[in-house]
Design a protein. Structure first.
Length: 533
RNA sequence: CGGGGCGUGGCGCAGCCCGGUAGCGCGCACGGUUUGGGUCCGUGAGGCCCCCGGUUCAAAUCCGGGCGCCCCGACCA
């Protein structure tokens, strides 16, 4: 386990301090009309028709049908399996290991900023949920409720948690007496249930795994700092570990968490250019403190309500990794999250060769293993090397190592990078110093995935100066950045007409005033509109 | 909840119109052959044809009823 954690860093840029501002520039945009959408994608779509009946070994092209591509890849790469229950999935070991990587990366950051893990019950008395008015309203349509247990009807139905603000709020009100008990910084890793209508593996399932942090503070400002700090941690994780460039921002009133003062988000652009909210952080103000009587005795000897926050990131992140980096051949996993960073495919004809090849393979494996690289030997008997190459490419392994008789003879190995297709991604290297080469290639792949994703995203965000332009940009499938000073109805109108919603008001603002594309009012704020998952 | 579609070996499907032996591809098992980009051949295992009822000598197929699932329109990490 120690090794596993450690190998997540690989000598790559590691997480430094959650409080430190992130290094990457927020994001770039293009002008409307300039260099429109990917002509590549369309050409590919045209090309592909007619080859319909390609063998079952190949995956539907992204350009042809993105969601079909997604579903196929999720199942074929062995991330998940269908479940007997409605909107649920079985997360298979390969998918779960990605989640474990996500957990490890986040948990480390949470601990580094003083949070502790705890666990609260799955069942929540129905009356708790009702205590915070907006909260009930927000969640009641999607609650699963247990009415019977132990063979009889329960006196009070139990809600299967959709999130835990209420139980935790109740607990906090007991735990917190004095300002000396603050801040209280708690996180829990748990499953939650939301009875969603339309579900997709990882992106939206009836049950999902996540982490929910809950904190209580003495002042509004402190709570606000915590809320923003955790958003920074999410962004830092997304960028540096998952290689997903994200845009930090604030949610509009409509998209705000039920019961929150303010909701912040990191938004990522998937390969089909739809937005995916990949993590959120809420300043809950005193709403829950008042509903659950979370009070502390201040130094002044006065009873004060606490200021609370909550923040969560879920298995949806696995879907984000798939949809951000994946290509027509399948997954492309960032080395820091890849269950296997290197897969070794041994090649031999007969038993003599086998012996020599396997000796070399085992030796190299040992070296990589000792260096903390997650390495796997594919010694399946029935499959040809070619089959294995394709198989591991589909499963997104960053680096493939081929060792055959010729390599053994020359003390070589072949390394093939997943992020560079075909011959160009292949190189012969000496077996001596394999650790250093592997490490540097993995670091390189980690960066190149991030850069790819960033370039793609920036090419598909456009500044729109009018509502017409906004409509155009959205119709193209891109994201539109616009000056916005509309109200809820305006936002709804845009959604009805274009299908796009405000993903966020980015923290990165132009700093100069402009005219709201909808109301015409002057405003300082720009919003990002996009179609979202 | 409104509109469209589908339930047949593990997965993807054909068969249904015109009732009569349940079939194909993939996968799986075994043997051989191959192995540096998805080898090939042979043998084999595996199916209350969603459920209940009806028609008939005979139902996967026709009729009636149920159930389940998927896709498209209102919510969400």
């Amino acid at each position: 386990m120690a090794r596993k954690l450690e190998s997540h860093s690989l000598g790559l840029p590691v997480f430094h301090s959650a409080l430190k501002a992130l290094q990457y520039p927020a994001f770039a945009t293009r002008r409307v009309g300039a260099g429109a959408a990917d002509s590549n994608q369309r050409a590919a779509a045209r090309c592909r028709r007619g080859k319909e009946a390609m063998s079952e070994q190949s995956v539907t092209a992204q350009s042809e049908d993105f969601s079909r591509w997604y579903n196929e890849i999720v199942y074929r790469a062995d991330l998940a399996a269908p479940s007997p229950v409605r909107g649920c999935v079985i997360i298979k070991p390969y998918g779960y290991e990605i989640w474990e990587g996500i957990k490890a990366g986040l948990d480390r950051r949470f601990k580094a900023t003083g949070h502790q893990n705890a666990y609260f019950p799955l069942f929540i008395p129905e009356s708790y949920i009702r205590r915070e008015a907006q909260h009930v309203e927000g969640f009641s349509p999607e609650l699963a409720v247990v009415t019977h247990a132990g063979g009889k009807e329960l006196e009070e139905p139990l809600v299967v948690r959709p999130t835990s603000e209420t139980v935790i709020g109740e607990a906090f009100s007991d735990w917190i007496q004095s300002y000396r008990d603050l801040p209280l910084l708690i996180n829990q890793w748990a499953n939650v249930v939301r009875w969603e209508l339309r579900t997709r593996p990882f992106l939206r399932t009836a049950e999902f795994l996540w982490q929910e942090g809950h904190t209580a503070h003495a002042t509004h400002d402190e709570a606000e700092r915590e809320t923003l700090q955790m958003l920074d941690i999410y962004a830092d994780f997304a960028v540096n570990d998952a290689a997903i460039p994200v845009i930090k921002g604030e949610k509009s009133k409509m998209e705000r968490f039920a019961g929150a003062l303010r909701t912040y988000t990191i938004e990522a652009m998937m390969r089909d250019r739809r937005a995916l909210q990949s993590g959120t952080s809420h300043n809950l103000g005193q709403n829950f403190a008042k509903a659950f009587d979370i009070r502390y005795l201040a130094e002044s000897n006065n009873q004060e309500y606490c200021w609370t926050t909550s923040w969560g990131l879920s298995t949806r992140m696995v879907g984000a990794v798939v949809m951000t980096h994946g290509d027509d051949k399948g997954l492309r996993l960032p080395p820091k999250l890849a269950p296997y960073q290197v897969v070794i495919v041994p090649i031999f004809k007969d038993d003599t060769q086998r012996g020599a090849v396997m000796d070399a393979v085992e030796r190299l494996r040992g070296q990589l293993d000792d260096a903390g690289v997650r390495v796997h030997i594919d010694n399946r008997d029935g499959q040809s090397p070619g089959f294995k190459f394709n198989d591991w490419e589909m499963r997104g392994v960053p680096l493939r190592m081929e060792i055959g008789p010729r390599d053994v003879e020359k003390n070589n190995a072949v390394l093939a990078r997943r992020d560079i297709p075909g011959r160009k991604g292949k190189q012969f290297v000496s077996q001596d110093g394999i650790v250093a080469v592997t490490r540097s290639l993995l670091a390189d792949i980690q960066c190149s995935l991030l850069e790819d994703a960033r370039a793609f995203r920036d090419a598909h965000i456009a500044d729109a100066a009018s509502y017409d332009e906004l409509r155009m940009v959205i119709a193209e499938g891109d994201w539109a950045r616009v000056f916005w000073d509309g109200d809820d109805e305006d936002e709804l109108a845009v959604k009805d007409e274009t299908g796009a919603t405000i993903r966020c008001f980015p923290f990165d603002q132009p700093g100069e005033p402009g005219q709201c594309v909808f109301s015409g009012r002057n405003t300082e704020r720009v919003a990002l509109f996009a179609k979202a998952y």
